[in-house]
Design a protein around this ligand. Structure first.
Ligand SMILES: CC(C)(COP(=O)(O)OP(=O)(O)OC[C@H]1O[C@@H](n2cnc3c(N)ncnc32)[C@H](O)[C@@H]1OP(=O)(O)O)[C@@H](O)C(=O)NCCC(=O)NCCS
Length: 127
């Protein structure tokens, strides 16, 4: 359904695609963290009909972060596709801090829980 595009943090396409999300209190409340960008961060952005419907990041080459899908597009596998796309552009062991809602798709992709941090779960996939 979604079209996935991998973009670097310093891409002008990324800046435009994420314009409505930077600084969004609603997004940050669900993420449980501030949405940050940096030049060396990579993003997989999900588009539908030319609009951004989801995004997810990779920092330090191997840590998955900042995953979000607009509520109207959830439960259709968009996040699962973004996990697969990020796995395709990384190698070796990857880590992430998962919310309850994101755990199902991560486990399906082979991640295992390694700990807890508040309401979030430390997850890892060893390859
Ligand atoms: C987490 C999130 C990205 C998932 O996006 P999505 O596109 O709906 O995910 P998918 O459709 O690929 O997979 C969803 C799976 O998780 C399950 N799931 C969804 N919400 C859940 C919840 N609250 N508790 C447990 N499982 C849940 C679904 O049942 C589904 O599994 P299924 O295919 O067996 O039915 C989205 O809910 C979101 O943006 N949440 C708010 C931000 C967030 O939590 N980000 C993750 C930070 S690590």
């Amino acid at each position: 359904m979604a079209q996935l595009v991998t973009l670097r943090g310093d891409s002008s396409v990324l800046t435009a695609a994420m314009a409505e999300f930077w600084g969004s209190v609603i997004v940050e409340r669900e993420l449980g963290a501030t949405l940050r960008n940096s030049r060396d961060k990579m993003w997989v952005v999900a588009f539908f009909d030319g609009s951004t419907i989801g995004f997810s990041g990779i920092v330090s080459g191997s840590h998955f972060c900042s995953a979000y899908v607009l509520p109207a597009f959830r439960q259709r596998g968009v996040y699962g596709e973004m996990i697969q796309e990020r796995l395709a552009v990384t190698s070796g062991t990857v880590t992430t801090i998962a919310s309850e809602a994101s755990r199902t798709a991560l486990v399906r992709s082979g991640f295992a829980q390694t700990g807890k941090r508040g309401r979030f779960f430390k997850m890892e996939l060893v390859r």
